[in-house]
Ligand binder design. Structure first.
Ligand SMILES: [Zn+2]
Length: 283
């Protein structure tokens, strides 16, 4: 096939970053959501639906994250979309608590859907995509397979590097804004004590805020906020409990150009806020 005859549309930037490394110049990779949009509650436009219909393949996480994509994708042929959530071999956080799964109306079902924050899953996603692309474009299957090989070696190195540099951050308690970081936190053995809200489109209730204060007081060092939402509740809480505030960016702001940079920046954010602090997060 001619250069970039094949069109892949990804739902969120982290998937686009992975896809670009596998697809090279054989495939055009377009990302649906702007980096400022939250995948939890995105209002799909008519032009977005047209982009989905024009794609040879839509790569997305799955209905527990981008709920808004479920219906439009059901209208496409089943071989034209790939939900990475369902890929075999995906790693899941073990200590994930399901006790809050009864909070009606939220959009996470089952596991934490932010699967790309575990680098091992990035490799699984790359493999799943390469398989799909090879079905669409069998002539280039060696090219995709080679790119997967290169990617997975680089990711393994990145993973070992992050495992090492995060050492000073271990055992330091913190809270995140929404329950979206377990894939990173558990894989790198960090000490998350609580989240401000389970899913970002819901504001925390008074009871949860009360419990948060109990969980964090004298135990936590940092409260990590996000670039996407109104953070006043979180920053007020941080001030009250004398916590440092720092930003975690799970999607990748414009200056992030590769998957590797996305994860490195996240590790640096944890490290900068948690290392060299005296309060430990023992529960
Ligand atoms: Zn999320």
């Amino acid at each position: 096939m001619a250069v970039a005859d094949i069109k892949v549309v990804t739902s969120i930037k982290p998937l686009a970053l992975i896809a670009k490394e596998i697809a090279g110049d054989k495939v055009s990779v377009e990302n649906l959501l702007s980096v400022k949009a939250s995948p939890h509650d995105y209002p799909l436009r008519v032009s977005d639906i047209r982009r989905l219909q024009d794609a040879d393949l839509v790569l997305w996480v799955g209905p527990s994250l981008e709920t808004f994509l479920q219906r439009p994708l059901n209208n496409l042929a089943s071989n034209k979309h790939l939900a990475v959530y369902d890929l075999p071999g995906m790693n899941w956080p073990e200590g994930e608590s399901h006790s809050h799964a009864s909070a009606a109306g939220h959009q996470h079902h089952g596991h934490d859907p932010h699967v790309w924050l575990d680098p091992r899953n990035a490799t699984i996603i790359a493999e799943g995509l390469a398989k799909k692309l090879s079905e669409i474009d069998p002539a280039s299957s060696m090219f995709y397979a080679n790119n997967v090989k290169k990617f997975s070696i680089a990711i393994k190195e990145l993973d070992q590097h992050l495992m090492k540099i995060l050492t000073p951050a271990r055992g330091k308690g913190f809270a995140v804004y929404h329950e979206g970081y377990l894939h990173f936190v558990e894989h790198y053995d960090l000490q998350q004590l609580a989240y401000v809200t389970f899913t970002p489109e819901r504001r925390p209730g008074a009871k949860h805020l009360y419990e948060l204060r109990q969980q964090l007081n004298n135990r936590a060092t940092c409260l990590f906020i996000e670039p996407y939402y109104d953070m006043r509740i979180a920053t007020d809480l941080a001030q009250e409990l004398n916590l440092k505030v720092a930003i975690l960016d799970p999607i990748g702001e414009p200056e992030i150009k590769t998957y590797k940079q996305l994860l490195e920046k996240m590790a640096q954010a944890f490290l900068a806020c948690l290392a060299n602090s005296s309060v430990t997060g023992e529960v």
